[in-house]
Design a protein around this ligand. Structure first.
Ligand SMILES: C[S@@+](CC[C@H](N)C(=O)[O-])C[C@H]1O[C@@H](n2cnc3c(N)ncnc32)[C@H](O)[C@@H]1O
Length: 264
C-alpha cells in the first residue's frame, strides 16, 4: 500500500515539515492532555499511536500512560528513527516503534486499550480499512480517538484569492494522492461502520487571537504549501496576512474534528 498524501521522504521541505509537527504538538499540548483523558487513556493503558511521525505526540502519550506499553506505528523509516529520542520517559511495559501501514498492523487482535490517530487518516487511501484494522486490535472496553482536519472549518476573512487558490489546489492534489481534506466530517460514520459504539464528535476551533499567527498559519497552510511547491509565494502571503492580522483587518480561524469511539 502507498502512504497516500504524506510521504515524508519525498516532501520538498522535510526539515520545515518536521519543525511544523513539533510546533503543532507543542501548541496543543495542554489542550491535548484534556482530549486524551476524556477520550479514555489511562495510566496503565496499552496504547497504539497510528502515524506517530517523529514522536512528539508519542512523548505525550507515554507521559499519560506511564505504566502501560506504547506501539508507535509509522511507515516512514526516517521519522520512525527519531521516535525513541523524542520520547523522554519510556512506558513501564515498553515503547515499540514499528514500521507499518495502518491497514496492516503487526499487532494481535484485542491487545490495545487506547488508540490515537492525529492528522493521519486524511492522508490514507481507503481510511475505512485502517479504522477497521484499529477496531481489530482493540480490546473490548478500549477507546479510539481520531483528530483530523476538515477544510470546511477553515476561515480567512476577508477572503484572500491566494488562500482560496491554495486551498483549492491542495484539495485536488491531496485527493489525487489518495488523501481527503474533508475527512473530519466522515470520521463518525466510518467509526460506526467499523463497529465502534458511543461514537462522539466535537470540534476544536482556534482563531488568530488565540495562537501566534505564525503557528496558526503553519498549521493551516504549511502542509498545503509543501504539496504545491512554487505555485504560490507562501512567504509573501504570510507577510501580507500577518500584517493584516496585527492591524486587526484579518481574522483567521481553523478547526479540527475530535472523534472518539468505544469497542464493546
Ligand atoms: C501530518 S503527519 C502527523 C504526525 C503525527 N501524528 C503528529 O500529529 O505529529 C502524518 C503521519 O502519518 C503517517 N502516515 C502516512 N500514511 C500512513 C499510513 N497508511 N499508515 C500509518 N501512518 C501513515 C506519515 O508518515 C506521517 O508521519
Amino acid at each position: 500500500m502507498s502512504s497516500g498524501s504524506y510521504h515524508f521522504e519525498t516532501l520538498n521541505d522535510a526539515g520545515f515539515q518536521a519543525e511544523r509537527l513539533r510546533q503543532q504538538a507543542q501548541a496543543f499540548r495542554a489542550v491535548e492532555i484534556g482530549i486524551l483523558h476524556s477520550a479514555g487513556i489511562q495510566t496503565e493503558s496499552d496504547v497504539l499511536e497510528l502515524g506517530c511521525g517523529p514522536g512528539f505526540v508519542t512523548d505525550l502519550l507515554a507521559e499519560l500512560a506511564p505504566e502501560g506499553s506504547l506501539y508507535a506505528i509509522e511507515p516512514s523509516p526516517t521519522l520512525l528513527a527519531q521516535v525513541a529520542d523524542n520520547v523522554r520517559n519510556k512506558p513501564a511495559r515498553g515503547l515499540y516503534p514499528i514500521q507499518a501501514y495502518g491497514n496492516c498492523l503487526p499487532i494481535p487482535d484485542s491487545s490495545i486499550d487506547f488508540s490515537y490517530a492525529r492528522f493521519v487518516l486524511q492522508h490514507i487511501p481507503h481510511p475505512d480499512t485502517t479504522v477497521s484494522e484499529i477496531f481489530r486490535v482493540m480490546r473490548p472496553g478500549g477507546h479510539f480517538c481520531a483528530v483530523d482536519s476538515d477544510d470546511g472549518l477553515v476561515v480567512f476573512y476577508p477572503e484572500d484569492p491566494r488562500v482560496s487558490k491554495l486551498l483549492r489546489m491542495a484539495q485536488t492534489t491531496q485527493t489525487e494522492k489518495g488523501g481527503d481534506r474533508f475527512i473530519g466530517r466522515k470520521l463518525p460514520s466510518m467509526m460506526t461502520e467499523a463497529g465502534f459504539v458511543n461514537v462522539k464528535s466535537r470540534i476544536l476551533a482556534l482563531t488568530s487571537s488565540e495562537l501566534p499567527f505564525a503557528v496558526l498559519f503553519n498549521i493551516l497552510l504549511g502542509y498545503k504549501a509543501s504539496l504545491l511547491g512554487d505555485a504560490i509565494d507562501i512567504k509573501q502571503l504570510f507577510q501580507d496576512l500577518s500584517h493584516q492580522v496585527t492591524d486587526g483587518r484579518q481574522l483567521v480561524a481553523g478547526g479540527v474534528f475530535i472523534v472518539t469511539g468505544e469497542k464493546v
